[in-house]
Structure formats: C-alpha cells, structure tokens
Design a protein around this ligand. Structure first.
Ligand code: SAM
Length: 192
C-alpha cells in the first residue's frame, strides 16, 4: 500500500508537476459551460489538486473533495469542503453534483465498478465527468502499473479505449484525449 496518509506534504509540494499544462487548459475548457456555482466533486482528491486547478478557472464553483486519507485532505485549500471517504461509498445523496473529477486516482480505486455505480448515483442527469490518468498501453503506464502493484496497490489502470467502452455502458458519452503516456476522458452522463 502507498502510505498516502503520510504523503500529503509531498503531493502538496510536487503534485502539480504531474499535470501537463495542456491538461489544465483542457480542464478549464471543460468547466466553462457549467452554470454559476455548479457543484463539483473531486474523487480521490488527495490534497485537492484538481480543485485548485478548477478554482483558477472558475472561482464561483462549489468544490468538494473526497479521499480516504485524512493526511492528504488536510492540505486542501480552505475554499474546498472535504470528506474522508472512498470512491466506493460516497457520502452524498442521489443527483448531488454537476461534475465529478478524478485526477490520477481512478487506478487506486479497489472496485472500479462499485466506484462507477457511485459516480453515476451522485451525478445529475447530463452531469459531467473528467478523468486524468496514465495509459497502461504505454511503456511508462505499464511501468507505473507494475511498480504500484508491487507496492500492494490495485493498479487498476486502463487503456483509454477500454475505459471508454466501460463508461459508455454506464450511460456516458465519452471523449478521449491522449498526452503521450497520459490521457484525459471528458464525458457526459445520460441517466434516462
Ligand atoms: C496519486 S493520488 C492523487 C491525488 C490527487 N487527485 C492529485 O491529483 O494530486 C491518489 C489518491 O487516491 C486516493 N485513494 C486511494 N484509494 C481510494 C479510494 N478507494 N477511493 C478514493 N480515493 C482513493 C489516495 O488516498 C490518494 O490521495
């Protein structure tokens, strides 16, 4: 297991370097169409890095962060409301959020199907999902996956096209962008 509870200051200091500038720009574009004060949930938020990026793009957004590691959450900015919880058991009502963010966190979820069931439950109809993760179909992605599995992590890395198929089965319309060994998914949920 990676001891995230003790790594908060490292992620707070260096975490942003994992996100290419293009990905942050894409996130801003993705957030542009949201209504004023839209509700955004960062799942596996760690120190709230994705929330920080979102806040730079749109100061009006209502930002909520969920992570099992209190030692990560405590480094979140004051404008983020934090909950210690896992993606597989989100402490929110049905249709609570306009947007879900998952920044290099999906591959840490122990049960992807349960986490996606939860994502769909708390997202509103026509709600949006933004994922940033590492492509297991690349040398770097494979190496990170192997390394994490050696550390006892689930290593639930995807090839983007396979994740697209999975999300489509959950009712999402999915758009993939690749950035060398990393990728983003922006998706819209149709609940009907
Ligand atoms: C690599 S960090 C990424 C944190 C943050 N999103 C960022 O981009 O800096 C992965 C995070 O996933 C969290 N995590 C692990 N298992 C989780 C689960 N089942 N549900 C939600 N988050 C989880 C970890 O505690 C950790 O904070």
């Amino acid at each position: 297991m990676i001891p995230f509870n003790h790594l908060g200051w490292i992620f707070k200091t260096f975490g942003s370097t994992v996100y290419p500038k293009e990905v942050r720009q894409e996130l801003c574009t993705f957030l542009k169409s949201l209504s004023l004060n839209a509700n955004v949930l960062d799942v596996g938020a760690g120190t709230g890095m994705m929330c920080e990026f979102a806040h730079v793009c749109r100061e009006d957004l209502t930002l909520v962060a969920v992570d099992p590691a209190e030692g990560m959450l405590k480094f979140s900015p004051s404008y983020v409301t934090t909950y210690q919880a896992s993606a597989e058991a989100l402490p929110f009502d049905v249709d609570s959020f306009d947007v879900l963010l998952m920044g290099e966190s999906l591959h840490h979820f122990r049960d992807i199907d349960v986490a996606l069931d939860e994502a769909v439950r708390v997202l509103k109809d026509k709600g949006k999902l933004f994922i940033y993760d590492f492509n297991v179909n690349t040398f770097m992605g494979k190496s990170i996956c192997r390394g994490e599995k050696l550390l006892g992590e689930p290593g639930n890395f995807f090839e983007p096209e396979l994740l697209k198929d999975k999300l489509t089965n959950y009712g999402f319309t999915v758009n993939i962008k690749e950035y060398a060994w990393r990728y983003t998914i922006s998706a819209v949920l149709d609940k009907k």
